[in-house]
Design a protein around this ligand. Sequence first.
Ligand code: SF4
Ligand code: SF4
Length: 390
Amino acid sequence: MYWPQNHTPMQPGDIEAGIEITEDFEPFAQRDDVFTRAFWDETVRSPRTDAFFASYRMEATPRRGDGFQQRDFALRNAAWLISDIVSERGAAEGRREGFQAPIQPDTPMAPEQAQIDDPAAMSAEIKRIARFFGADLCGITRIDPRWQYASRVDTRDMSEAPNDLPPGITHVIVLGHQMDQGLVATYPSALAGAATGREYSHEAAIVMQLAAYIRNLGYQAVASMNDTGLVIPYALKAGLGEYARNQLVITPQFGPRLRFSKIYTALPLAPDRPKPLGVARFCAICTKCADACPVKALPYGPPSTERPNRSAIKGVRKWTSDAEECFGFWAKLASDCAICMRVCPFNRDFSRWYHRAWLRLALSPARKLALWLDRRRGGRIKPAAWWAGR
Ligand code: SF4
Ligand code: SF4
């Protein structure tokens, strides 16, 4: 993708969304994400990373005690099943749908377009339908070439391929999917990975169904998970939450315990506005995630433009993890890690009044008191206790 040099591409709403980009900004090429590099870059690929991917097929399954036994991997891999079916169906054409290519539509677009006179009413309707299909959060923003991958990946040979969308796309509908709190409490474990897999399977179904609804109205809609563009800046611009030191979007409804998916569409919609909460101010006095990271992959100090390696986007001032160190730990576990999500003080059940009261405190000038009140929380629940239903 062409990007003008010496051009500071800040856009309206960036500051409210906590986004700061600098003159050397470049859109990110998906071939550089650490998971894709594990297939072509010998500095990342190892027998351990190969075993990590094999464990998702119940091959090379380690049995190293509580949380890493056969039933833990069995549940995790079963939770991924629907996502796997979707991502495998275009493999022969080099399209790993939902990850390295958008999800192909399963329905034709209706030849006649529904008349839409009020984009704000249409946005409200889309949010209602998103909830109906099972999304926990929904926000809307405009498509932004800065967050679109410069290229996608042809998974036959891991080469760069054009990252094209159909013409006429104007908006991105961003959906949030809550991860199971009880399973997240057991990170690190293969069992906890079932919380990740379940939401990937949920989101695959939800984006496909919501995109089908929009196509049935006669408007273009492309269902997307991790493919095609970076979902985090879209979630920030859509007002769903605020970016944090642990590289996650913290939401007032579920804290950091969410996954995000998206739909690119030409449907006339009214975008949401970013909603600064005060999370960055809290992160400025808290380092629980960085302290808890076993491989010290998370940064201390304020947001910066430093790039630990090529798996970080260039020219964005933010908290950036060392993705090579982080993924190295995942490979060692043969499962995903989210210790930095588990220990975060915002990882709470906000349906309870006392957690909502804590949230108000954490987002106020009394945030130091909120951090102190959190000092004993965030411990790991034993996977065996989860299996025992305790
Ligand atoms: S996922 Fe695990 S290894 Fe990666 S940054 Fe978080 S705590 Fe560290
Ligand atoms: S653990 Fe603390 S520093 Fe890390 S993301 Fe959560 S609030 Fe921010």
